[in-house]
Ligand binder design. Structure first.
Ligand code: PGA
Length: 248
């Protein structure tokens, strides 16, 4: 399966900084696709930088998407973003259920299930984030939590539409504390098995949580890891480009 290297920029960078990043990253990665690589690179800038991404990436195979959308396409929902607008701008992906959305913005599994359905209806690729808290891991509940999140968040999803899952242990996000290779292998095996049982075939499962240039190669070699979702280490072109080469 081809690898996916995804960058989650969170609430960093303005459009000018985004354009400067893409100009520099374009130079670094220019032989990536012409070399016949089937791997994909996807950027998730903040909503206000999506237009800059669309313009900067229009002549490359690098893809981009939104970090969040609302479950309705239009209406009286002040402050929200629509998947339809994201699609009109030219994006291919939407990130759904990042742990910061779940914890800071109280997004429930029921809401996330609706968002997944809405995004899939437009034929955009859903990148669904799941992951356990430190307390859940300590209580040996990790596999149970991951299974429950998949079942709830994908309860309205269409197995024939595009889907990517990102496993992000909450305790590893932005902490520098990366999951061990054994923990990653166990979680990914479980996620692949549950997805298969639910009828979702050929879903790429990415790992996220303190992925850096110096641990990416070892993580990329773990069975069941089909790429990365990178936060902090995706903000600088040379660092993220190094991570994108972890699979070569
Ligand atoms: P991190 O973030 O790479 O900074 O740990 C990952 C994420 O939140 O997607």
């Amino acid at each position: 399966m081809s690898y996916i290297f995804a960058a989650n920029w969170k609430l960093f960078k303005n459009p000018t900084q985004a354009r400067a990043f893409f100009a520099e990253f374009g130079v670094l990665s220019k032989n990536f696709f012409s070399g016949g690589s089937a791997d994909q690179i996807v950027f998730f800038p903040s909503a206000i930088c999506l237009e800059a991404a669309a313009q900067s990436l229009s002549s490359s195979s690098i893809q981009f998407g939104a970090q969040n959308v609302y479950c309705e396409l239009q209406g009286a929902f002040t402050g929200e973003n629509s998947a339809q607008v994201v699609k009109d701008i030219g994006a291919q992906y939407v990130l759904i259920g990042h742990s910061e959305r779940r914890s800071l913005f109280a997004e429930s599994d029921a809401l996330l299930a609706k968002k997944v359905k809405t995004v899939q209806t437009l034929d955009l690729t859903v990148m669904l984030c799941i992951g356990e808290s430190l307390e859940q891991r300590k209580n040996n509940e990790t596999l149970k939590v991951l299974t429950a999140q998949l079942k709830a968040d994908l309860s309205e999803a269409d197995p024939n539409k595009k889907l990517v899952v990102a496993y992000e242990p909450i305790w590893a996000i932005g902490t520098g504390q990366v999951a061990t290779l054994e923990q990653v292998a166990e979680a990914h095996q479980q996620i692949h098995a549950v997805l298969k049982e639910m009828g979702f075939n050929k879903v790429s499962v990415l790992y996220g949580g303190s992925v850096k240039a110096d641990n990416a190669k070892a993580l990329a070699a773990v069975a069941g890891v089909d790429g990365f979702l990178v936060g902090g280490a995706s903000l600088e072109p040379a660092t993220f480009w190094q991570i994108c080469q972890a699979h070569i």
